[in-house]
Design a protein around this ligand. Structure first.
Ligand SMILES: [Zn+2]
Length: 244
């Protein structure tokens, strides 16, 4: 019964997506060509981020898995910036699957088997207004690629103002105390399994890494709740003066 419902909704989704493609054909955000958001010719304009840079939290490599603390795939500039803004403000969240697929053509995340994937949460009202949290959608796509479970382990408990335009110090201050771990009973509901103290490894996913204030705060909260290793993954990273 459940299987039927799932396959039914998937079927409808395919038809719906097909209709949307006819009514609103995807066009490349680089050159305007129809068919995809990032055509093969424009893909070269996405600059890869050096995964070893831009991690003021701790730039060390974790010996066991060869994974830096924070992995960012591309620089947040030009075409990448356009793509992220298109996702967030025009609701074109199907770009995410294309981007995550391209990301995993370039990188491998050596995640231990018992790693849970989570994402930077949004303030509830803001998420309802937008209709989705892009970080969650990226996390779900990363979960599919890596075969690791995805769950909402964090909640946003402070409606802090946007980080845009703030200095690194202001950003850190603005985001302090903004997150907490999702109450255990709800996590068990989602997963039908262990609570946070038994989750040893966590990967936190977000769209853009700027100064690391948000990611750092999420990592801190998860570690305080008992997670042993916490890593970060973002599609892009904004170069700032601090990172140069
Ligand atoms: Zn193009």
């Amino acid at each position: 019964m459940i299987t039927n419902q799932v396959s039914m909704s998937r079927g409808l989704r395919i038809i719906w997506n097909g209709l949307l493609d006819i009514l609103f054909p995807k066009t490349c955000l680089g050159c305007g060509r129809e068919g995809t958001y990032i055509c093969k010719d424009c893909e070269i304009f996405l600059s890869e981020a050096d995964p070893m840079l831009g991690s003021p939290i701790s730039p060390k490599i974790l010996g066991e898995v060869g994974l830096p603390d924070i992995v960012s795939v591309w620089e947040y500039e030009g075409l990448m910036e356009k793509l992220i803004l298109k996702i967030k403000y025009d609701g074109c969240y199907d770009i995410i699957n294309d981007l995550v697929a391209k990301a995993f053509e370039k990188i491998t995340l050596g995640l231990p088997q018992d790693t849970m994937i989570t994402f930077v949460p949004m303030w509830g009202r803001k998420e309802r207004r937008r209709g989705f949290n892009q970080a969650e959608l990226i996390a779900r796509a990363v979960g599919e690629k890596t075969g690791r479970p995805v769950a909402k382990l964090l909640e946003k408990i402070k409606d802090n103002r946007s980080q845009v335009g703030l200095s690194p110090q202001e950003r850190a201050e603005n985001v302090r105390g903004a997150f907490r771990v999702t109450p255990d009973d709800r996590i068990s509901d989602i997963l039908g399994m262990s609570d946070i103290p038994n989750i040893r490894n966590v990967l936190v996913v977000d769209d853009v890494y700027t100064t690391g204030a948000t990611m750092g705060e999420c990592i801190k909260v998860l570690k305080k709740a008992g997670a042993k290793n916490v890593w970060g993954f973002t599609l892009s990273r904004k170069m700032s003066i601090q990172n140069c």
